[in-house]
Design a protein around this ligand. Structure first.
Ligand code: FAD
Length: 340
């Protein structure tokens, strides 16, 4: 019997966020989750806690407190030194069994996606992936987990009434992080749990060159679509991105055609981005693409078809051929940078 009765449900308290760290650096998505979690904890009248897993990561706890955590559970263990789904699942599962959180939020990153679903299955609860809205219902006190459904055509609100914890993932860039307060006080609880030993032996890890300049974190994105016509033309986007200190993004057909790696894909099945400036070259503006850029501050679109849907959401539209506009733009930026 996995469904819980009211008395059992009442044993679960507090909002947890999974504080993803990589190579000893807390990922921005963790701060974004803390900002979202803070509101939930206030509405629920409970604590906001962060879960920090890794090896030699204890010093990161204060950063999480500065961003709003009241309590940080730290599991500092050599077995958690390199990410592995089995050990992370086991660690979070055991923390859940021990402390019974009511809500857990995690980033829909490669790591979050791979072990949060396993954890949810392990503790027999549901999981809503890629939420774009989270709130506490004023009457039922349930977590309302809202996400696009049917290709973004409707928004679905999902609840987990009979199981705990209520679990959800959120893509990086969907929520905004708050200002950290370096004087904020919170508690750190060092846990020592017997977790499963690693099944895999890690020989070495190599950072993929492409991970540099992750589009999910970029302030400027220069993106290309099928209108770029061939993969070789992406060098122009790379040149402009470099000049603007940004990263190159792409629509799905460009990934399918092998012009760019999948890590560059923006949209519903790619990444959600939140740059200050998004430049779209030869992208029509299909709903699945737009789903990934709704948090962009300013969108400039270049398309030769004046009726292209991208112009409906762009702050500035340029009707023209990318092969005319791009070189001209590169030229202007170069001249401006040179002070001419
Ligand atoms: P097109 O729609 O073919 O548009 C090309 C545009 O370039 C046109 O507007 C054209 O006028 C313009 N153009 C052509 N030549 C030039 C030129 N020389 N100069 C200027 N303009 C030019 N798509 C994504 O991007 N991301 C996703 O995550 C994603 N997920 C999906 C998930 C599902 C379940 C489905 C069904 C689809 C998904 N798609 C996604 C695909 C999406 O529906 C569109 O097919 C895709 O976004 C179109 O890409 P595009 O705009 O580059 O190409």
């Amino acid at each position: 019997e996995v469904s819980k009765n009211a008395a059992q449900l009442a044993n679960y308290k507090d909002v947890w966020i999974f504080a993803e760290q990589r190579t000893g650096k807390v990922q921005n998505v963790a701060f974004e989750l803390l900002a979202a979690g803070k509101e939930l904890a206030e509405d629920r009248g409970c604590k906001l806690c962060a879960v920090l897993l890794g090896y030699k990561v204890s010093h990161l706890a204060q950063e999480l407190i500065n961003h709003g955590a009241d309590l940080v559970y730290v599991l500092d263990d050599p077995n958690l030194g390199e990410y592995e789904a089995d050990t992370y699942t086991d660690a979070l599962d055991k923390l859940i069994q021990k402390h019974k959180p009511e809500i857990i939020l995690a980033g829909a990153t490669a790591i979050g996606r791979s072990f949060i679903a396993r954890t949810a299955a392990r503790v027999h609860t549901g999981l809503t992936a890629d939420c774009t809205g989270l709130s506490i219902d004023k009457e039922s006190f349930l977590l309302h987990q809202t996400r696009p459904a049917f290709g973004g055509n409707i928004m679905a609100t999902i609840v987990t009434p009979h199981h705990r914890p209520q679990m959800a993932t959120v893509r990086p860039g969907v929520f905004q992080q708050g200002e950290p307060d370096p004087n904020r006080k919170g508690k750190t609880l060092f846990e020592q749990l017997e977790i499963v030993t690693r099944e895999l032996e890690l020989i070495r890890s190599i950072r993929k060159e492409d991970e540099e300049g992750d589009i999910a974190e970029a302030e400027v994105i220069v993106a290309g679509g099928r209108g770029m016509m061939k993969g070789e033309n992406f060098v122009l986007l790379e040149e402009l991105a470099k000049l603007l200190g940004g990263s190159v993004g792409a629509s799905r057909p460009c990934v399918d055609a092998g012009w760019v790696p999948v890590s560059r894909q923006v949209g519903q099945t790619g990444k959600t981005v939140a740059p200050k400036l998004y430049l779209a070259f030869g992208i029509s503006g299909a709903i699945q693409h737009l789903a990934g850029i709704s948090a962009a501050d300013y969108i400039i679109a270049v398309n030769r078809d004046e009726r292209a849907p991208i112009f409906g959401i762009a702050n500035l539209g340029i009707v023209g051929d990318v092969m005319d506009v791009l070189p001209a733009l590169i030229d202007v930026v170069k001249k401006t940078k040179a002070g001419n």
